[in-house]
Structures are given as C-alpha cells and as structure tokens.
Design a protein around this ligand. Structure first.
Ligand SMILES: Cc1cc2nc3c(=O)[nH]c(=O)nc-3n(C[C@H](O)[C@H](O)[C@H](O)COP(=O)(O)OP(=O)(O)OC[C@H]3O[C@@H](n4cnc5c(N)ncnc54)[C@H](O)[C@@H]3O)c2cc1C
Length: 454
C-alpha cells in the first residue's frame, strides 16, 4: 500500500495516477475537503475562485489530465481582449503585445510601451548585446536589472512577477521560477531573440480554466478514486520507519505503507521529517511562505465607468500609494462567471511586502479593497456581492538557493527508502507542475513498491 499525505492538486494527481495503474493507496487529508488551495464557490449566480483561477496552457500536464477526466469540452480560454495592465503613476498601462513577462518582443510593441520612459526603452532594446552571466542562481530583480535595465525592475518585474507570486523580487530566484529565461540568455542574441523566435501568435491565449471553475477538476479527480480511499480530517502528525516499511500516525490511528508521498506544504513536511532527518527537516522549514487575502466584489456593470477590456491589473508598488496588489476583472477574463448585467472583480491584498494584511478583519479587508478599486475603475454605489478569502502561509516562495535545497531534500528523502516530497513547496510552481509532479511521484512510488514487496 502507498500512503499519500495531503489532498491538494498534487496529492490528488498522485492518487489518480495510482488508481489508473491499479495500485492500492490511501490518501490522508487534514481538512474536510479535497483540493487544498483550489476552492471554487458558487454564490447567487457568481462563480468565485478563492485560490487559483487558471492553468498555463504552455505546460500541458493539467490540461491533459482534464482531458483524461473527460473534462475536455469543459475547458475554456480567457475572453479577448486579454490585456493585463500595470497600474503606475495613477494610470493603467496595457502590457504590450506580443510580450513575455511584460517584455515587448517587437520594435513596434517596444515603441508603444508608454509605461517605460524613452531612455528605459532604449536600454531594453540593447538586451541582445548584454553578455550572459555564468553562475548558479540570482534574484528576479538582478536578472531583470542586468538584462533589461534598472527601470524594468520596479515597473515590470516587481508588479508582474512579484504580484503573481505575492513575493519579493529581490529574493525570488529567476532560475527556479523562469528557467526558460535563464537558459535563453545563454543562446546567441539573448533573451529577446530567443523569445521572438519561439513566439507564435497565440489565438487562444495563454491560460485555460473550466466552465464552472477549477473546483470542477478537483471534483472530477475525487470521483475517479476508489470509494473510501481518501480519509478527510486526518492530519498526519507523525511518520516512522522500521524494517517493515512506514508507519503513518493520524488522529491516534496507525497505518502501514511500503512507501509515502508527502504532498503537503514544506513547513508541514518539516514537522513530519524532524525525527527522521533533522537536516531535511531544516531545509524544508527554510522555504518561506507568504499569506494573502482576496476579496471578490461585484457591481451592476453600469456602476463601473471603466471599460474593463482585459484580464485585470497589477499594481507597481513603488509607483503607487495603494495597498491592494492586483485586481482580476473576473467577468471580463472568463465567460459565464457573473450574471448578465453585472461585473465581478477579485482584489488581492497581502504577500511578502504586507504580511499583516491577512490579520485584518473581513470587514476591514472588504472596505480596503472597495475603497481603493473604486477610485481606479471609477465605480459608483455599493457592491452587490462581497466575499473574503484568506490563505495563511500558503504561497511557497522559491527564493535564491531553492533549487539546490529541493535537490538536497529529494536526495535525503530517497536515502530514507521510499519517501518522496512533491508539490508546490518543492519543485512545482503552479497547477500544471503540481499535476506532473504528483503523477511522477506516484509512478516512482509504484515502482518502488514493486521492487520492495512486503
Ligand atoms: C491565491 C492563490 C492564487 C493562485 N493562482 C494560481 C493560478 O491561477 N494558477 C496556478 O497554476 N497556480 C496558482 N496558484 C498556485 C497553486 O494554487 C498551487 O501551486 C497548487 O494549488 C499547490 O497544490 P499542492 O497540492 O502542492 O498544495 P496544497 O494545495 O497546499 O495542498 C496541500 C494539502 O495538504 C494538506 N495537509 C497539510 N498538512 C497535512 C498533514 N499533516 N496531514 C494531511 N494533510 C495535510 C492541506 O490541508 C492541503 O489540502 C495560486 C495560489 C494561491 C494561494
């Protein structure tokens, strides 16, 4: 029997893969529902994501899993126009098209990029002449400053990458988060040339979701698993190893397994690993996590003067006095998320630069989100819907040194015999990576169990 600890998308993907292979397993989940950070709510005709809302199409693992689950016809793309915006100096600047990570890929897109002053645009254009750096790791801020110029750090990298990861670009690792960029700089002609070459007109946009939200994927996986294979409200509090294999303690009940997949956040893995390997536990405990809150607000469409033509905005922190970090224009980004005649917005607060935000009351968070977005989008009257969600210590931060740490954890766990860690705390940024990682861990666990029978 194989034990999976944690029923987020990583643990569920591992469970699906074992089911597909006909390998017996048990999944222990601390909470009372599957999905972890994926949670979709349906309220008064609105579809509200509390956690992730999109799968990056470029990494196919999640879309492929949806297709295997029969959800192919339920996949949806973002609605055009897909422009994301950066709020800086009191103005919304649409990201250029074509671009990658906010970096324009054509001369025309660069010339029209009014977010950057002219001198900064000229510096960006010189990127192909910047020599590649030899070295292991560097921060996102260092990479952008070195290759694209200093002004792109706080006007592009900070709002976009810092915003997506709710993190601090001075510490987030570029090779850990965007290996394609760091590889590209080693080729002839630098990053711009590499991405210009690989860029294709993306008719359907970069992201996919499911018609009723990401929760559909979670429900479809859970429905495929053998009845009773998930134990809910079963936080695993200890792991032990002896000659017969692994002992899993959850709520005073012991379960035995040949091999174990830890699909929990790194801080939870650290607690379980402490008595087994203090070094591995220390490495896991050193993965920082941030807390964020999101506030879903809806208005009658006519109450919002802004055209909402695009997917939303991120705030350039150093060029704004707002506390909110981003706002998704949900009903413009995805079809069918709000009743006709209304508009649904989702506003983000907190992260590495505002750790205290998550401790504000629901009322305070809602007021903050409403007051600040009202000015940006010129909104009149009270919202018709307000929902607040909080994620404490939920966003893993891949800081400089993360890849080396993750490799060492992997090696140390493997040396313990039949133990693996998978998911967002280790080597999986976002849902597609978590799906791929969970399935790969399941395949390796099945192989281990076959080679080491009871
Ligand atoms: C607000 C937000 C928005 C995001 N948006 C996107 C997006 O649009 N697209 C995208 O691709 N990614 C996005 N992400 C990232 C994505 O959500 C995660 O990468 C992914 O969901 C992580 O899945 P996981 O299974 O590794 O971890 P989790 O979802 O954290 O699951 C871990 C599970 O382990 C359980 N657990 C913990 N301790 C124990 C224990 N001791 N015993 C048993 N169970 C335990 C927890 O209850 C939880 O269910 C977003 C993240 C956040 C916070």
């Amino acid at each position: 029997m194989i034990a999976i600890i944690g029923g987020g998308i990583t643990g569920l993907s591992a469970a699906y893969e074992l089911t597909r292979r006909g390998v017996p397993f048990r999944l222990f989940e601390a909470s009372s529902r599957p999905g972890g950070l994926i949670l979709t709510e349906h309220v008064d005709g609105f579809t509200i994501e509390a956690g992730p809302d999109a799968m990056l199409a470029q990494k196919p693992a999640a879309i492929q899993l949806c297709e295997e689950l029969g959800l192919g016809p339920r996949l949806i793309s973002t609605t055009p126009p897909r422009a994301a915006h950066i709020l800086a100096g009191g103005r919304l600047h649409a990201l250029p098209s074509p671009s990658v990570l906010g970096i324009p890929l054509t001369w025309r897109a660069l010339a029209e990029y009014d977010l950057l002053p002219w001198r900064a645009r000229a510096r960006l254009a010189l990127e192909p002449l910047v020599r590649a750096r030899r070295g292991d790791d560097e921060s996102v801020a260092q990479f952008f400053g070195r290759r694209f110029g200093r002004r792109t750090v706080d006007l592009i990298a900070e709002p976009l990458i810092g915003g997506i990861h709710a993190g601090d670009i001075e510490t987030l690792s570029m090779p850990a988060l965007f290996p394609r960029f760091t590889e590209a700089e080693r080729g002839r002609g630098g990053v711009l040339r590499a991405f210009r070459r690989s860029h294709r007109a993306r008719g359907e946009g970069l992201f996919r979701s499911l018609a009723s939200g990401m929760g559909e994927m979670v429900a479809a996986i859970a429905a495929r698993l053998p009845p009773g294979s998930i134990t809910y409200e079963a936080p695993v509090d200890a792991l032990g190893r002896d000659a017969l294999g692994w002992r899993i303690m959850a709520g005073g009940i012991e379960t035995r397994a040949r091999t174990v997949i830890l699909a929990v956040p790194a801080h939870a893995a650290a607690r379980l690993l402490a008595p087994l390997d203090a070094r591995a536990a220390g490495l896991c405990a050193s993965v920082p996590y941030v807390s964020t809150a999101s506030v879903a607000l809806a208005w009658p469409r006519r109450a919002i003067a802004h055209p909402l033509a695009g997917s939303g905005l991120v705030v350039a922190r150093r060029h704004s006095d707002l506390r909110i970090t981003a706002c998704t224009w949900v009903s413009s980004k995805w079809a069918g998320r709000a009743p006709a005649g209304s508009a649904l917005l989702r506003i983000f607060i907190g992260g590495a630069h505002d750790p205290g935000a998550v401790d504000l009351s629901d009322g305070e968070l809602a007021r903050l989100a409403e007051d600040e977005i009202r000015g940006v989008l010129r909104i009149e009257g009270p919202p018709i819907l307000t929902r607040v969600h909080r994620w404490r210590n939920a966003g893993a931060q891949y800081i400089v040194g993360h890849l080396a740490r993750a490799r060492e954890v992997e090696a140390r766990l493997s040396a313990l015999g039949g133990l693996q860690a998978a998911g967002s705390g280790f080597r999986s940024i976002g849902i597609p990576d978590c799906v791929a990682d969970g399935r790969a861990a399941a395949a390796a666990a099945a192989e281990y169990a076959k080679m080491n029978p009871a």
